[in-house]
Design a binder for this molecule. Structure first.
Ligand code: PLI
Length: 470
């Protein structure tokens, strides 16, 4: 092993194998179509993995969003749906689970994460205000911009370097935040948009020390902090593993302590909370809650269902309690890490350290001969599908979109292809198959040509854009 090669977590910390804290009761068949059929499906989908039919996919690593397997308890909870229009008992169970695990006072359900992002952005951002965040997320930034906000990235510089081994690459650079507040004035900062873990950086965590210091800084200037809690349980795992003083604290304790430094949170429950649909919004401030509670009836549904069925809220309430179980999180992150370590052992360039929900292939290093405007990460996702029917997702220039003011492409430093692992769905053998396919595509990398975009929708273009081979 060369000296500069990043050490895997196993090499750094020693290794004892983990196993999933569950066994399988029901299975869903997988099907792999032929190479010729995959080639035709790819052309039909405009080389965009979002436009493939699920039936044409073998192992689906497009996203961890809404793709979890629910537990027997959650399925039983679905049968306990109280489908009343108002005041469903499942809402109160959900409210209780969020208050218990995340610690916020006032809760609203929403149909999914972006429903909550819409409401908080509309309620809190005044036109022309700045929103400072630890790297953008696609839907989050769009809702902030649609509300008139101007997003400013204040993540630490290390986050933009795929090879940097900083243990908390999701951290906020407090110097950048303070400089922004001083330059623009605290009254012109709508809030700090803090995400744990940071999706676009590779599922990288934020440390407790960082949020504690951020709180102190924001208190000095009277600035609010709202948390994107979508993968906060996974973030808590990294704090437990890496931050002094937290090794003997439970995921539940760490999660609650972290949230206590923030003024509220929005959630895509389709990730950490182990459901196929749902989201929520939670704040501690009553006047703000009153405004949000009023807005939710306009866009989502009454404040005790927010666009969800009673059964969905029940599954979510149970999923929240399961999501803070230490053994669950350890095996969940452990599976992602297992895949990352296989690829690291083969010298395949990925974002290091391996994050919480996905392994991110470094497409710039994978295809150094492709310019960024030839969509290396999109190309890699297409090649992987062609090789083995594995579906991944672009997280590079296509996802970054265009500057709303100038209309130019954003050219993000990170040009990544995400192998996102659904929770409790695939086995270790599936991870082996995935790693071998990535290796096969890597071995062919020098022959690979890029793509050009031939259709570009106005909003969140990566979902529906179409490409052709150069
Ligand atoms: O997909 P939604 O609307 O439930 O949630 C939006 C959303 C908000 N924040 C973060 C950090 C996300 O990752 C997120 C959705 N992520 C998707 C769909 C993903 O594939 O990563």
């Amino acid at each position: 092993m060369s000296e500069n090669k990043p050490k895997t977590m196993g090499q750094q910390f020693g290794r004892r194998s983990w196993a999933e804290p569950w066994k399988i009761k029901m299975v869903e068949p997988l099907n792999m179509i032929s190479h010729e059929e995959r080639q035709a499906a790819l052309v039909e989908a405009g080389y965009n993995t979002f436009l493939l039919k699920s039936a044409d996919v073998y192992i689906d690593l497009l996203t961890d969003s809404g793709t979890s397997a629910m537990s027997d308890r959650q399925w039983a909870g679905m049968m306990m749906g109280d489908e009343a229009y108002a005041g469903s008992r499942n809402f109160y169970n959900l409210e209780n689970a969020i208050q218990t695990c995340y610690g916020y006072k006032y809760i609203l359900p929403t149909h999914q994460g972006r429903g909550a992002e819409h409401l908080i952005s509309q309620a809190v951002i005044k036109k022309g205000q700045y929103v400072a965040g630890n790297m953008y997320f696609t839907t989050t930034r769009l809702h902030q911009e649609l509300a008139g906000g101007i997003f400013v990235d204040v993540i630490i510089d290390e986050a933009h370097d795929p090879a940097n081994l900083h243990p908390f690459k999701g951290n906020i650079d407090l110097g950048k935040v303070e400089a922004l507040i001083k330059e623009k004035g605290a009254e012109n900062i709508a809030y700090i948009s803090l995400a744990g873990t940071v999706n676009m950086a590779g599922g990288q965590p934020v440390s407790m020390q960082n949020v504690r210091e951020l709180r102190a800084l924001c208190d000095r200037y009277g600035v609010k902090i709202f948390l994107d809690a979508t993968r906060m349980a996974e973030n808590a795992f990294f704090i437990q593993e890496r931050e002094p003083g937290y090794a003997s604290k439970s995921i539940a304790e760490i999660l609650k302590e972290f949230c206590a430094y923030t003024d509220g949170a929005w959630m895509s429950a389709k990730k950490d909370n182990l459901v196929n649909i749902g989201g929520w919004l939670a704040v501690n401030d009553w006047p703000l809650f009153e405004e949000l509670r009023n807005l939710v009836v306009v866009y989502e549904g009454l404040h005790t269902y927010g666009g969800l069925a009673g059964r969905d809220m029940e599954a979510m309430a149970i999923g929240i309690l399961e999501s803070v179980n230490d053994d669950h999180i350890r095996s969940r992150v452990g599976q992602v890490r297992y895949l990352g370590e296989l690829l690291t052992d083969w010298d395949i360039p990925i974002v290091q350290p391996v994050g919480g929900h996905a392994v991110f292939l470094d497409a710039k290093a994978f295809y150094p001969h492709l310019k960024q405007i030839e969509f290396p990460a999109q190309t890699l996702a297409a090649e992987l599908y062609l090789d083995s029917g594995i579906r991944s997702m672009e997280r590079g220039i296509a996802s970054a979109g265009r500057d709303a003011k100038t209309g130019d492409h954003y050219y993000p430093k990170l040009e990544l292809t995400r192998l996102t692992i659904p929770r409790r769905v695939y086995t270790q053998a599936h991870m082996d198959v995935v790693a071998e396919s990535v290796k096969a595509v890597y071995d062919e990398r020098e022959k690979t040509r890029g793509l050009k975009m031939v259709y570009e929708p106005k909003y969140l273009r990566f979902f529906q854009a179409r490409f052709e081979k150069l």
